[in-house]
Design a protein around this ligand. Structure first.
Ligand code: F3S
Length: 287
């Protein structure tokens, strides 16, 4: 036991830099908090942040999460989260609500605009990402013509081969996956136009995980299980080949995993609030 204690005392903790809340989510949450303090009750279309602990905190302040614009009561205050919504949903909210607070991340707005422009130019719009993700659904709403979503591990559908394709990405897509998709399209399309809409915050967080994971003997990835960008960070860490633990909060850390490790890296998803990171560091220090 003395040796175990000695090993734990020597445990070094390294934090990825940058890590945690990205600019877009931080901006959206502070807009939402301001509005909650002003209006008391605010209706958000979908969870405002892909982190259950932070959503709970905001719910206590008066946040109500609904799944569709139709569920938002008339004359209420509505909030659009960082992922954005389709123009159709936005129209419904503007029409029925007293006020609409738009927390759409400016980088997502750029992706929406690029998708619209590509479709106006006559390209089949191809989005590299997850078709079930709300951001992708929102972007698709801006396309006036044909649109397809292709995930990284998929082959190019036959109906897209030989067509003029305009390619962009979900903002949290892995760079390697996007590059591979563009490479595949360049082999089967007579013309492609590419917009790299992966946001810089995502790139910087992915790079920092990659760098740190190669220097430590264990990585803890902190973030909601419903967070796409946290999932990507966990995948990157695993790809580096280091033992990776994905947890939502400090309570999930297990002592067994920490044993016999000297250097632990911590990285948090772009939707993980600062207080959860602090809690994890405190817990590790206590352990
Ligand atoms: Fe925006 Fe990038 Fe965050 S698109 S919401 S800054 S991950």
């Amino acid at each position: 036991d003395i040796w175990n204690r000695k090993a734990e005392a020597e445990l070094k903790i390294h934090i990825a830099d940058p890590t945690g809340l990205c600019f877009g989510v931080r901006r959206a949450i502070s807009k939402l908090e301001e509005e909650l303090l002003r209006s008391g009750t605010v209706y958000s279309l979908g969870s405002p942040i892909h982190n259950p602990q932070e959503t709970d905190r905001l719910t206590k302040m008066g946040l109500v999460v609904v799944e569709s614009a139709e569920e938002v009561p008339a004359a209420s205050v509505a909030f659009i989260r960082a992922h954005g919504v389709t123009p159709l949903q936005e129209g419904v909210l503007i029409k029925k609500c007293r006020k609409v607070v738009d927390g759409t991340c400016p980088f997502v707005k750029t992706a929406q605009k690029r998708a619209k422009d590509l479709s106006t130019e006559g390209y089949v719009v191809v989005i590299s990402g997850d078709r079930h993700h709300p951001e992708v659904k929102g972007i698709m709403g801006y396309v006036e013509g044909e649109v397809a979503v292709v995930s990284s591990d998929e082959d190019i559908p036959d109906n897209l081969k030989g067509r003029r394709c305009g390619i962009l990405s979900q903002t949290t897509q892995k760079v390697g996956s996007f590059a591979a998709l563009v490479g595949s399209f360049s082999k089967v399309s007579p013309e492609i136009k590419v917009y790299n809409t992966i946001c810089k915050a995502t790139l910087a967080r992915q790079d920092s995980v990659c760098r740190l994971a190669s220097k430590v003997d264990g990585m803890i990835i902190l973030g909601g299980r419903n967070s796409a960008n946290t999932k990507k960070l966990a995948e990157i860490s695993m790809d580096v080949g280091v033992s990776t633990l994905w947890i939502e909060h400090a309570g999930e850390i297990d002592r067994g995993w920490l044993q016999n490790r000297d250097d632990i890296g911590i990285a948090a998803g772009g939707s993980t609030p600062d207080w959860l990171i602090k809690e994890l560091i405190q817990k590790l220090n206590m352990m």
